[in-house]
Design a protein around this ligand. Structure first.
Ligand code: PXP
Length: 246
């Protein structure tokens, strides 16, 4: 019997666009990156269309929609502008994230409890077009309780705190992720995770139960500088082979 399980790899290509936008050049070609990433074994492509357009541009997501043969995950804030774009784009799913202009990257999970009506409204609009909605959240049980009331069917657990935790904090942060994954799965939610995952911490991250998909960007694009994008993707895919849930 096969004792391994496959966790899907969603590759976040934002930082390919970061390099392009640093000089406003036509290269590196994001669509070529999409093709190489999929050929190398990625199960999905993720792009975060930020309100400030610091990396991915609106036209990028529409160009990607034309060529993505796996699944396209549009990460976005739940603003009227982004919902309008998502309804036109029809990605396979949207991951709703909080967004602050000054942040270097998405800093915390969505405050679903405080914004439950607004998020439920966004989910209803997206669901009408058969776009599934994932909510990027801190691994907390009370947040998952709120997610259930929004109509979202997926959660993406924020692994960022675990990724930067000290040796003392790591056990606690990992346990939060494990408990949240167990609770979300028990409630019928699909469990994804992401943020700050790299070639080292993947060994522990993949032990979190019920993981369906991991979304990984920065570490893969950084590794691609040395070994090329295809190898960087395939090394991560190999590193993600995990033992079966008990
Ligand atoms: N998931 C979400 C919701 C994110 O906002 C990001 C960063 O854009 C990622 C995953 C990927 O994180 P990283 O680039 O640290 O791998």
């Amino acid at each position: 019997m096969d004792k391994t399980r496959t966790i899907r790899l969603g590759v976040n290509l934002d930082h390919v666009a970061t390099i392009r936008q640093a000089r406003f050049t036509p290269y590196p070609d994001l669509i070529e990156a999409v093709k190489i990433t999929e050929q190398a074994g990625a199960d999905g492509i993720t792009m975060h269309l930020r309100e400030d357009r610091r990396h991915i541009q609106t036209e990028d997501v529409f160009a990607a929609r034309e060529v993505v043969g796996t699944t396209l995950n549009l990460e976005m804030a739940a603003t009227a502008e982004m919902i309008k774009i998502a309804l036109q784009l029809e990605p396979d799913y949207c991951c709703i994230v909080p967004e602050k202009r000054a942040e270097l990257t998405t800093e915390g999970g969505l405050d679903v409890i405080a914004n439950i009506r607004h998020i439920a409204d966004a989910c209803a609009k997206l669901n009408q077009k058969n776009i599934q909605v994932s909510l990027f959240i801190e691994p907390d049980i009370d947040v998952i309780e709120a997610v259930i009331k929004t109509g979202a069917t997926l959660v993406e657990l924020h692994t960022g705190k675990y990724a930067i935790s000290s040796a003392d904090e790591a056990k606690y942060e990992l346990q939060r992720l494990v408990s949240a994954a167990e609770y979300a799965a028990e409630k019928g939610l699909q469990v994804n995770a992401g943020h700050g995952i790299d070639y080292h911490n993947i060994a522990v991250i993949k032990t979190i139960p019920h993981l369906y998909e991991l979304n990984i960007g920065h570490s893969i694009v950084a590794r691609a500088l040395f070994v090329g994008l295809a190898q960087a993707v395939s090394e991560m895919k190999t590193a993600m082979i995990a033992a079966n849930d008990a």
